[in-house]
Structure formats: C-alpha cells, structure tokens
Ligand binder design. Structure first.
Ligand code: SAM
Length: 303
C-alpha cells in the first residue's frame, strides 16, 4: 500500500538523552549489542540504504541517531531507562533551534506529552526554570511519567490554558524563551495523511489557525521575551506561514530569524527564513518551524 511505502522512507530517529547518558556511551552500548555504526552520512540518500542493525549520526542535529524505519526500540533497555527518546527528527528542531541557555527561564506553552520539554531540559542541563502548560489532564499525566523517566527536574507542570496565563505575573518576569507547539491539523503526519480526505474541512483549518495566531500573539506579550519558536506538524500554509505573517503584522517589534542555512526545505515565499520538512526533502514527517526574535531597541542616534 502507499502507506507502507511512505512509512518505509522515514527512518527511525532516536534522540540521546544527555541528562542520563552521552552520545558516545549510547553508540558503544549499541555496538556491543551488534548494531553497526556507519558514522555521519554525506547526503540525504544515504539514509535510504539503512537496513538491519546499521545506524548513522544525523546530518543536522547532534545527539540524534538514525536507524532503518523497521527498528523498534520500545522494549529496549535504553528506552525504558530513559537514556534514549523515540522522537522524530522534525520534532527535535524546535528545542534545538530555541537553544535556551543553561539557567534560563523558559515556557513550553502547549507541552504534553512532553518530548520537546524533555529536550529543552537537556539543553538547559536541568538548570533554570521550565514552565510547561497543557489543557489536557490525561496527556499531562503521561507527560509526568515521561519526564520522570527522562530525569527532568527543572520543570513546573501546570494543567492550564496557556491563553489564560498572565504575562504580567511576576513568576514569568525572567522568561526570555518560549516554545509554542500548539494543536494543529496534523496533516504532516505521514501515517495520518493517507487516511485523511484530500482536502481538510476548511472550517476546521480556520478555527485551528485562529487558535494558533491567538497563542502566538499571547506569547509575544511576555515582557522579557527575546525569542520564540513556533512549530506545527501541519503542511497547510494557513496554519504556518499565514499565522506567522499575521502575527508579525500586529507585532512590528519582532522579526523572523533565518534558520539553518543548510536546511534543504524552506518556508513558502516570502518566509524563507522559516523551515519546512517532508519525507521527500528531509526524510521526516511534514513539519514547519519559525523563530521570531525581538528587534534590538533602537537608540536615538539611529534613525
Ligand atoms: N509539544 C508537545 C510535544 O512535543 O510532546 C506536543 C504538543 S501537541 C502538538 C499540542 C498540545 O496543546 C496538546 O497536548 C493540547 O492538549 C495542548 N493544548 C491545546 N490547547 C491548549 C491551550 N489553550 N493551552 C495549553 N495547551 C493547549
């Protein structure tokens, strides 16, 4: 079937959880188990030749390993012990790009089930404060388990509507970084896409885009915010470029950051500073990432 073919093209990505282990230790462990380490690939097509127990380092993201799509780690010791996280490559981009400094204060606005939260905590080396919100209590309880297994300790979870979090609350006065990964149509998820009708119901997309814009706009109200990453697993520009464009029009104090110059797939014109991802061009699910930064305050001398 088409679905089978497409699933085969997306490799299995494994993020090494540096809160518990190191890239070197995981590679050594797997080699001792009979896996065969092939180094870093020269080009994208090298991923298509992965089979059996072969694995590679990722082309763009450090601490990310790549296996054949058929590899299953769900029963593996390294997974159960929280040393590795089974997280797709595209879903590793937001935290990697936000790159909050060790000790900083960060908000993960729509956080459950928390793979990106645990990635942020690893980048922050568990130092600083990571405020994580989600509306869905059930997804939050899954998240607690996941964060415990991953050894995350710098977080504060709240079962709260992000849109009702008060940016003026003194608790958030040092927040300079926000990761915003709101609910979306999920149209980039390859396995879902084949089951969805050709065109999504337009009303649903409109409602999602309005919610996403509302979240992005709200996030920009945090007084010390310097940088925000906005991401979706949608392929619809209505939820991606159009949301970002509408938000920037209302917030001239922010601008887009040009992300990863070597990344092969860009946001739709004119938002080429942003990234897109797809099976064809990046061997991932469909994804979109934008990063906005506050413009430096203009001094009176500049005009
Ligand atoms: N970032 C997560 C991760 O990497 O594991 C995935 C987040 S998922 C795409 C979107 C999440 O937003 C869902 O868990 C949903 O419950 C949550 N959500 C929806 N509306 C929200 C709101 N108003 N405030 C906070 N969270 C919300």
């Amino acid at each position: 079937s088409i679905q089978q073919t497409q699933n085969d093209v997306i490799p299995r990505y494994v993020r090494v959880n540096t809160l518990k282990t190191s890239l070197e230790d995981v590679i050594d462990y797997l080699k001792r188990e009979g896996f065969s380490y092939q180094g870093t690939p020269g080009r994208l097509e090298d991923l298509d030749r992965l089979s059996g127990k072969m694995f590679l380092c990722d082309l763009h993201l450090k601490d990310l390993l790549v296996f054949s799509g058929k590899t299953d780690f769900h029963d593996h010791f390294l997974y159960k012990a929280g040393h590795i996280i089974l997280q797709g490559k595209a879903s590793c981009l937001p935290a990697f790009l936000l790159n909050p400094p060790v000790g900083s204060h960060v908000i993960d606005a729509c956080a459950a089930p928390g793979n990106k939260t645990s990635h942020l905590a690893a980048i922050m080396k568990n130092k600083g404060k990571l405020f994580a919100f989600d509306l869905d209590a059930k997804r939050l309880s899954t998240m607690s388990t996941l964060l415990l297994r991953a050894g995350v300790t710098c977080h504060k979870l709240a079962n709260q509507d992000f849109l009702k979090v008060d940016p003026q609350n003194s608790e958030y006065k040092e927040v300079k970084y926000i990761l915003l990964d709101p609910s979306c149509s999920g149209s980039g998820m390859v396995c879902l896409r084949d089951e969805l009708p050709e065109t999504q119901e337009d009303g649903r997309l409109q409602a999602l885009a309005a919610f996403q814009l509302h979240c992005l706009y709200h996030a920009l109200q945090f007084p010390q915010l310097e940088r925000i990453v906005y991401s979706t697993c949608s392929i619809h520009s209505q939820e991606n470029e159009e949301v970002v464009t509408a938000c920037l029009q209302r917030n001239p104090g922010f601008r887009l950051v040009h992300l990863l110059p070597d990344w092969p797939e860009r946001g739709h014109e004119p938002l080429t500073q942003c990234l897109r991802a797809s099976t064809a061009k990046t061997r991932t699910h469909g994804f979109f990432v934008a990063m906005l930064e506050r413009r430096p305050a203009q001094s009176d001398k500049e005009t």
